[in-house]
Design a protein around this ligand. Sequence first.
Ligand SMILES: *Cc1c(COP(=O)(O)O)cnc(C)c1O
Length: 372
Amino acid sequence: MSSCDLVDHAVTGVQGLRPYQPGKPISTLAREIGLAESAIIKLASNENPLGPSPKVNTAVAAALGEQARYPDGGTVALRERLAQHHDCKPEQITLGNGSNDVLDLIARVFLGEGRSALFSGHAFAVYPLVTQAVGAEAIVVPAEQWGHDLQAMAAAVREDTRVVWIANPNNPTGTWVGKAALYSFLQQVSAEVVVVVDEAYIEFVADADYPDSTQWLQQFPNLIVTRTFSKAYGLAGYRVGYSLSSERVADLLNRVRQPFNVNALAQLAAVTALDDQVHLQQGVELNRTEMEKMTHAFNHLGLEWIPSAGNFVSVDLGQPAMPIFAAMEQQGVITRPVANYGMPNHLRISIGLPSENDRCIQVLTQILRESS
Ligand SMILES: *Cc1c(COP(=O)(O)O)cnc(C)c1O
């Protein structure tokens, strides 16, 4: 055997990368702790507890037998439907295998060695991942009260900065930036810097001061807004996300996009999901009432939590969260520790069905009592 370690020959950015850590699948935990899968509660990945619209299930079931052919590489039907939904041109839309795929396309088009990208402390883990993978330098701007400090971020933009990643709301903090602050940021930043506003949770936001950034696409050709079907639409397993941008930027992104990156069933699921806004609103409403219930329960336990505009909430356990997370997992409740986000005492909990949330609180209460 040769002593050559191929890690030394991976490109520089990749050598220092650690893979994204997804939540443990229900089936894996069920096997580990000897419970039925139906007894496991997963509140770890911000999925929609109601699942997709029933219309999606019907449409996909009917199309199952027809999948011998490649999907439409141009995703024409879905882009036209999205253009109608957003009142923009289909040419402004770039589809991805989840919006993470689009974030990756953006990094490959605008970043590389000798360039930097900027994001906030506690920001979504995919930004450092895609930045570093292409050899660009990551500039992390300290957060303010867990949220993005846009003024500090504007001041931190360097000569070589080509992308700014902004999650609005952010995961795992749930924090969001308001209209005036974001607009002022867009005005301050040079037109040569691409500003990505990741709106994965926009459907859940109720605050009147929250900006839908697509309104500024005309004015700022360097703005890219990303959206996803994974969260409020309940299609995380299908993998569909997209960006809205100027046509010019969309053309660049499409040059590096794999032609069949969104499979046929996923395209069908997404088109169908857009047509069921009633189902979407049911999920949003459920999230609102259950979020209130959960945060009340945290108050009752004397725990601080970060106000969240998403479908998850990060709660401060006042002690390292990892052992509590592990103990909850042993009881069949999967949540998400966020120490890798620089938040060792916080636990991120997705808002589930009423019975799931009740069980989560019950288990958390019991474990906290035992650990004190
Ligand atoms: C979940 C999430 C996404 C969505 O990722 P997909 O690849 O579309 O499933 C994007 N951004 C943030 C901040 C998220 O939390």
